[in-house]
Design a protein around this ligand. Sequence first.
Ligand code: XBP
Ligand code: MG
Length: 228
Amino acid sequence: MNRLAAVVFDVDGTLVDSERDGHRVAFNAAFEEAGLPDHWDITTYGRLLRITGGARRLAVWFEQTGRSSEDARRLAERLHARKTAIMRDLIEDGQVRARPGVHRLLDELEAGGVPVHVATTGTRAWVEPLLDRVFGPRFQIVVTGTEVPDLKPSPAAYDEVLRQAGCPVEQTVAVEDSQNGVRAAVAAGLPCVAAYNDYTRDDDLSEAALVAHGLDDPILMAWFQRQI
Ligand code: XBP
Ligand code: MG
């Protein structure tokens, strides 16, 4: 690969540890507020993460637990709006933090003059305050599931970043944590580096150019230093 033109980061599970103690907590609070008996424990939520997009995850769950598909979709939409508001409160409260090693990697890329962007299936209403609070104004292009409803493993979010950035695809690296994310990046033609977490350690990440234990794994930093 020639010199790096840009790096595109996934958010959930990659830039931040947001799923277990962020989104899951917000979904459960929304269930409780609505007087529903549903509750997603850590293991159940890990299984549900295969379904990308919070509203879709809710709709599939409500269908699997006996509602008609129309009821499930309507209830999912309503609860997802409330879940998003609760997630914003958690973020404002400082409950969602960067994964270890992320700030250092971003600093190295900035020092090397490499632009950084975001491609996520998450909802813009919480993604923006999160990026502002945890990272400041570092990311140039931010594409979310709100503008691109064709969620990962579709390459659509990555395609949109590439379109806006106009950077050469083979010199643009994606950083992901999950099988759905790696598949999305690779389908868009990007070389992908995967840093798995507790929820994704058993995912098939074999399409990634590099698989690391985390963003603080020395092999990941060494890989980037060779490309900068
Ligand atoms: C993240 C998602 C999102 C989050 C929840 O996947 O699938 O749905 O779990 O956020 P990825 P929303 O890391 O591959 O982008 O509730 O806003 O969808
Ligand atoms: Mg992810």
